[in-house]
Design a protein around this ligand. Structure first.
Ligand SMILES: Cc1ncc(C[n+]2csc(CCOP(=O)(O)OP(=O)(O)O)c2C)c(N)n1
Ligand code: SF4
Length: 284
């Protein structure tokens, strides 16, 4: 049986009080609840404070370039569909540098779980605005306040008909654990956007700020109602709904369309070098 200790305990480089700690804890608990052993899980990240998460877990890991977690996760899932593949990074990494990959993964409906630590700021590089920063947010790099309007990942995901769209909060660990479990179990692309206080560089969206606003979705909320999901995804400010905002099953999953995978995972298939040489010769 899998135990939380199997995922290890490591010293971190995060500031005391950072929301990343709650997310790491919830993730470990979710993996245990799913009964997944470390060898069955791959976590891919990019660059940033959130992207250090695989350094602090005993699982298969790949820490790549800024914004490139999703393409690596996609390749890994195609090579080995039996793995539980999680792409996990910050809002800058996933929605800024990796924004187009986010959109493409939803359109493909590849069976990966995307976990985004959304602190509405670039933490690692000391507090510049990120794509989810509110308009007017003042930073050292944006002394007159942010001019652009914020990117809304949930509304974009619902608009693209993503199969599973959820929002959690790092300060509500049990609730967050349940969301991650449901996201991992969902077959197809799933997004868990997690509100994460950055105690060093975001002095607006603090624990107290979230406590006042974050509310679980009402009992009876129907996540299969896409119009309702879209309206819910637009709520941010006075009230912030948490939970599974949209869920849709039955969309074809990307890896199921690959004839090459009918003979088993690429990871264990033998390479046909003669066929490969013939293709290269044809291209020459
Ligand atoms: C292509 C590229 N652009 C910029 C950087 C510099 N950089 C490193 S981390 C980072 C911001 C990370 O912010 P976010 O993804 O929100 O994660 P956080 O640190 O807040 O967890 C930036 C801009 C980089 N490493 N590579
Ligand atoms: S800078 Fe912010 S995001 Fe980075 S470790 Fe510190 S509190 Fe966390």
């Amino acid at each position: 049986m899998v135990d939380i200790k199997d995922f290890g305990e490591y010293e971190t480089a995060w500031c005391p009080g950072c929301g990343n700690f709650g997310i790491l804890d919830a993730l470990k608990k979710a993996l245990v609840a799913c009964g997944l052993g470390p060898h069955e899980v791959l976590i891919v990240s990019g660059i940033g404070q959130a992207a250090k998460i695989p350094h602090y877990l005993n699982v298969n890991v790949f820490n790549g370039l800024h914004g490139r977690a999703v393409p690596v996760a996609t390749g890994a899932k195609l090579a080995h569909p039996g793995l539980t593949v999680i792409a996990e990074s910050g809002d800058g990494c996933m929605y800024g540098e990796g924004g187009n990959h986010f959109i493409s993964a939803i359109r493909r409906n590849i069976d990966i779980t995307m976990i985004v630590h959304n602190n509405q700021v670039y933490g690692l590089t000391k507090g510049q605005a990120s794509p989810t920063s509110d308009e007017g947010f003042v930073t050292k790099a944006q002394p007159h306040g942010v001019y652009s309007s914020p990117f809304n990942p949930l509304a974009v995901a619902v608009a693209l008909d993503a199969g599973f769209v959820a929002r959690g909060y790092a300060g509500m660990k049990e609730h967050l654990t349940d969301l991650i479990v449901r996201a991992i179990r969902h077959r197809g692309f799933s997004l868990v956007d997690i509100l994460q206080p950055c105690v060093s560089f975001n002095k607006v969206n603090t624990y107290a700020w979230y406590k006042e606003r974050c509310r679980e979705l009402p009992i009876g909320y129907d996540p299969t109602d896409r119009e309702l999901a879209f309206r819910t995804a637009l709520l941010f400010g006075g009230r912030i709904p948490l939970g599974v905002i949209y869920e849709k099953t039955g969309r074809p999953v990307f890896e199921d369309r690959f004839t090459a995978l009918k003979n088993g995972p690429l990871a264990v298939q033998k390479t046909d070098f003669d066929a490969l040489r013939a293709i290269i010769a044809d291209l020459a």
